[in-house]
Design a protein around this ligand. Sequence first.
Ligand code: NI
Length: 254
Amino acid sequence: MAIYETHCHLNHPQFESDLDQVLQRAEASGIGRLLVVGYDMASSRRAISMANTHPNVVASIGIHPEDCSDWTDDNRDELISLANSGSSKSAAWGEIGLDFHWKTHDPEVQKKVFVQQLEIAKELNLPVIIHCRDAYDETIDILEACGTTRAVLHCFTGSVVQAQRAVSLGFSLGVGGVITYKNASDVREAAAAVPLDRILLETDSPFLAPQPWRGKRNEPSYITAVTAKLAELHGLSPDKIAEATWENAASFFN
Ligand code: NI
């Protein structure tokens, strides 16, 4: 069994001091590949350099809606060249999207930065990793209007109806630690309603640790709790979940 962990931020300062141990524990827990996701300029550069130095790491780059001020012409050009650089070129563009919960930046500014990055991803023929909070309908509308076909709604917390609309447009859902939370029955319902071939496993480390580690720093090895809960929801073994979601991720980020 090998698990493809499709969304972690080992490029985050919280992993600076013990990255090697975190990677060792990831491997010991059965993770065969990790996608380190960029969210601003510094983390995007670091994701690419980690992919170039660690054989099991792949990278993505992009500007998160809470970091919209990083979206300048110069930075855009640097991200495009990072996407094409080195032996481990970027596997995806993201995470990008809309965050209407925090609204660190004006929603109209967020939409502009989001759409421009979707256009670039399309030109580069890269799948996109979507961050979305309190804005599912708007986000899916924009993806549809941009003609985006390869998108994962990371850490999906929308409704079953929104999940089904996303799937009907060809998108995948990222499922992480939230499905283990006591108060997250809607998220479990959505994860159970979606066909397994549209689900990618993730942790979003260092954030959103699954039970029993909720509230602590999350790390990729905790993904086994997510695999177990998803197995329960789909009535399959954890091995089968790992195998199916590996195939999904390998073809999505090819
Ligand atoms: Ni993330």
